[in-house]
Structures are given as structure tokens and as C-alpha cells.
Design a protein around this ligand. Sequence first.
Ligand code: C2E
Ligand code: MG
Ligand code: MG
Ligand code: MG
Length: 278
Amino acid sequence: YITDEYLKPYAIFKSDMKDTYVDEMEICSEFEEGIEKQEFQVFYQPVVDAKTGKIVSAEALVRWFHEQKGFISPGQFIPALEKGGYISELDRYMIEKVTGCLDQRRAEKKRFVPVSVNLSWMDFYDENMLEWIVRGLKKNNQNEQKIRFEITETSLAAIGENHTRMLMHLKENGAEILLDDFGNGYSSFGMLQDYDFDILKMDISFVRNIGVNKKSESILRAIIDMAHKLGIRLVAEGAETEEQAAFLRANGCDYIQGYYYYKPMPEAEFLQLLEEGK
Ligand code: C2E
Ligand code: MG
Ligand code: MG
Ligand code: MG
């Protein structure tokens, strides 16, 4: 399960932040204590305008710095927390942190950009959580300083019938919804037909194949074209090279998120970039 993808983001930190193997049961039993001890942090990965390179939004990604075990990657603990039924508590924590940051920036009248938080399919079974999200949306949902939600196709498929109502509920209250990891797993045109996604995030696997696989390149172009015809904007995830960024730019992809521009980073660093007008 632990791939390069999960190891790379930590290159920006010291080598003692290597990922550790942790048992799923252990993860669940140590989760609440970890929350209390503030071992979880929100990292922000900027998303840039493909044409200008300017930061237009960001994705909030959880990081767990375990007191004894060191760094544990989301690829390891998210599935465990889902199995154990703890994921909604984590997602709630993330939303609280991001909203807190957002509120503060607004109060200080400082620049901010929309930030998206990942939702798990389990969150859609938690009525209290959804109501809580909606209350937050009603309270503050200003243009430049809003929270968005990412959900994967795979998650949507797992929710079943209920998802339409839940997503609509969020959308009616002004939330923007991003379809995450598009093209990986159960891609279906039905989903694009049934929901009004605001933004589509193309899975990292397509970008990885730019310059390698002509078919992937054609699929990428076709997805960009299709999304635009549907009035949906696109983010390409995982651009790591100039070649990939250039291809995406040339083919009309709206936004790019990838190490080529920025890696996920602590809040203070992210705010610094915004201050610098990046
Ligand atoms: P995701 O939502 O698709 O997030 C994008 C992942 O791609 C992140 O991995 C990010 O660090 C990585 N990435 C971004 N640019 C590049 C690049 O250029 N190259 C490579 N190789 N990777 C890149 P991360 O942070 O390890 O998160 C993995 C997954 O864990 C996320 O995938 C998301 O599904 C889940 N996740 C992360 N935070 C949360 C959270 O707060 N709640 C929930 N429910 N899930 C989360
Ligand atoms: Mg995501
Ligand atoms: Mg993604
Ligand atoms: Mg993913």
C-alpha cells in the first residue's frame, strides 16, 4: 500500500520523518489520544492557475506526527480510520481547523483562497455531521474565503442512493463540490450527468503518463474537452515536471496541483506564500 506517492511529500522534512508501519487496530486505538495531543496537522497544498502559475486555491491534507511512532501517512491511517468508524471525527477536525484559519484571515482582512477538505463516504452516513457542515456554510460562505469539499468517485459509488440527497443538500447551501481522483476506479458518465460538480480533479495516473503513453494523453485531452463542454473546471493532480505542466497548459487544463509547483506544507508556510502574492 505504501508507494512512492506517499513517501515523497516528506522529502521536504527531515529524514527522521520516515513513514512507520502501524497496525490498523493500533491506529484506531491511538486516534483519539492523537487528536487530544494535537498530533494531527492540516497541511495545505496550493493549486495554481495553469496559465499564470498563481495560487488560486488549496487542498487540505491531514498529517499525523505520532509522538512515539513518528510520521504516519494518510494512505495508511485513513483506510484504518474508515474501517474503525473514526474517519468522520477526523474530517470534522480538519473542517474545524480550516474554517478557523479562514475566519481569522477574514477578520484580519487578509488574502485567502478557497480550500477544499476531503470527505469520506462515511461522512454521508453521519446526519449530525452534515447538519453541522451546513450550519457552518450558512454562517460564513463568502466568495474568496470558502471551504469546498472533495469526494472521490469510488466514495460516491459506495454511498449508494442516499448520496444524491446529501450532495444536493451541501450544494444548496452554497458548497462547491469537487469530484476527486476522476478516472481512477468507477468512472461513470452517469455521475457527471446526475450531479453538478463544480470542479473535476483528474487522477494522478493520467498526468504521470504524459510523454509516456499516447493513449493517456488522448484521454486527458478528451476529459478536458468533455468537462469544459459540461461547464466544469478541471484540476490536474500530480504534475511533477515542466513537461507535464506544459502539456496541461497547452491542452487547456484550468488548474494544476503538483510537486512541480508546490508540495503540501504547514499552514504558516502556506499563509506566507499568500502574503507574498504568489
Ligand atoms: P487525494 O485527496 O487525492 O490527495 C492528493 C494526494 O496526492 C495527496 O496525498 C498529495 O500529497 C499527493 N500529491 C499531490 N501532488 C503530487 C505530486 O506531484 N506527486 C505525487 N506523487 N503525489 C502528489 P496524501 O496527502 O498522502 O493523501 C492521500 C489521500 O488520503 C488523499 O488523496 C485523500 O484521499 C486522503 N486524505 C488526506 N487527507 C484527508 C482528510 O483530511 N480526510 C479524508 N477523509 N481523507 C484524506
Ligand atoms: Mg483530494
Ligand atoms: Mg485526488
Ligand atoms: Mg487520491
